[in-house]
Unconditional design. Structure first.
Length: 105
């Protein structure tokens, strides 16, 4: 993964899959998804992991009726696959990866 980031739009600066064996964000997302689905983490594959700069505090996952900080926030977008379906995990600032069911970016 590169250390550069794109300044706006939640655009990835890298799209190379990057499994993180140290228990970093990718492994936390993978473990969370495996627990949600009731499968072994080995059945969850990393499609991509990229650093992004989110355009606001929604971290690319806005919820209806919510108001978000209007500031650029460095974070990550992790796409996992299990059972033929893709799942998007977003993180940013001090928030760890979370499942984003309706990603906006």
């Amino acid at each position: 993964m590169t250390s550069s980031s794109t300044p706006s739009g939640g655009t990835p600066s890298s799209s190379t899959p990057s499994p993180d064996p140290t228990g970093g964000p990718v492994e936390r997302a993978r473990t969370d998804l495996a627990n949600r689905l009731g499968v072994d983490p080995g059945q969850v594959t990393v499609v991509s992991s990229s650093e992004v700069t989110w355009p606001d505090g929604s971290l690319g996952c806005p919820q209806p009726g919510m108001v978000y900080t209007q500031a650029l926030i460095d974070g990550s977008r992790i796409i996992l696959e299990a059972g033929g379906k893709q799942y998007h995990y977003h993180s940013g600032g001090s928030r760890p990866p979370f499942l984003c069911e309706n990603p906006s970016g």
